[in-house]
Design a binder for this molecule. Structure first.
Ligand code: PGA
Length: 236
C-alpha cells in the first residue's frame, strides 16, 4: 500500500530532517515494504538520504523562468525529486488553481515522468446535493487528466473532511472508491482526517490502496503507526 504524509506549511527544514530520520529508522527497523511518501514544505526539499520517497507539494509547469514565488522542474531535479502532489483542495480552493491550470501542470510533470499524486474531492454543498451531482463534480476534476498515466496515484479527499476531524462513513469511502476505480485503474488513496484511530479501518477497506495524511502525520510516531497498520494489512 501507499502511505503518504502531506506536511503542508508545517515543520522547518531542521524539523523535517528529524522527521524523515525518525520515519526512515522505523521503516528500516520494521522491514516495511509499503511505499512511504512524504511531501515536506518547499524550503525543506533537499537530496535526502532515505528510502522514503520525498515529493513536492507543488511546482509550476515550467523548467524555470519569470514566475515570482514559484519553483520549476529544474529546482526539483536539483534534488532528484520525481514525485509531485497536484490538485490538492487547498491549492484548488484557497490558492485558486483552476482545473485548466491543474491539467497543464499535470501534463507538464507527466511528460517528465513524475509520479503524480492527483487529488480530487467534493466540497460539502456538492455532497449534500446528492450522489449524482457529487460524482459529476468529481468527474469534472478528471478533465484534462490522463487517467491511464502509468505513474498516476489518485487521492480521494472530500474537502469537508480535510483538517476537520469529520470523515465520510467507511461505507461511503468504499462506495466512492469503487466508483472512482471505474474511471482509472490507478491506485487510490483516501485522505481527510485520517488518524491513528481510524487508519486501520480505512486501510482495511476494499478498493483502497493507501492513505494521504495531513495533520495526524505531523507526529512522526503516529505516521509510523499508520505505516505499520498498512504493513499488517498487506495482502488484505
Ligand atoms: P488532514 O489533511 O489529514 O489534516 O485532514 C489531509 C490532506 O489535506 O491531505
Amino acid at each position: 500500500m501507499i502511505i503518504a504524509a502531506n506536511l503542508k506549511t508545517n515543520l522547518t527544514r531542521k524539523e523535517t530532517n528529524k522527521y524523515l530520520a525518525e520515519v526512515e529508522s522505523f521503516v528500516s527497523s520494521k522491514n516495511i515494504t509499503q511505499e512511504v511518501l512524504v511531501f515536506p514544505a518547499m524550503s525543506s526539499l533537499d537530496t535526502h538520504d532515505t528510502s522514503i520517497i520525498v515529493g513536492a507539494q507543488n511546482a509550476y509547469a515550467t523548467k524555470d523562468g519569470a514566475f515570482t514565488g514559484e519553483i520549476g522542474s529544474v529546482h526539483l531535479e536539483e534534488f532528484a525529486i520525481k514525485t509531485i502532489l497536484i490538485g490538492h483542495s487547498e491549492r484548488r480552493h484557497i490558492l485558486g488553481e483552476t482545473q485548466e491550470e491543474l491539467a497543464i501542470k499535470f501534463n507538464y510533470y507527466k511528460d517528465l515522468g513524475f509520479k503524480i499524486v492527483y487529488c480530487v474531492g467534493e466540497p460539502l454543498e456538492k455532497r449534500k446535493a446528492g450522489k449524482s451531482e457529487m460524482m459529476e463534480y468529481i468527474s469534472s476534476q478528471y478533465k484534462g487528466i490522463d487517467t491511464k498515466y502509468k505513474n498516476l496515484i489518485i487521492a480521494y479527499e472530500p474537502v469537508w473532511a480535510i483538517g476537520t476531524g469529520l470523515t465520510p462513513t467507511l461505507e461511503d469511502i468504499q462506495e466512492i472508491h469503487t466508483d472512482l476505480k471505474e474511471k482509472s485503474t490507478a491506485p487510490i488513496l483516501y485522505g481527510g482526517s485520517v488518524k491513528v484511530t481510524n487508519a486501520k479501518d480505512v486501510l482495511a477497506l476494499k478498493n483502497i490502496d493507501g492513505i494521504l495524511v495531513g495533520s495526524a502525520a505531523l507526529y512522526g510516531e503516529h505516521f509510523c503507526s499508520m505505516i505499520e497498520y498498512a504493513q499488517e494489512l498487506e495482502g488484505k
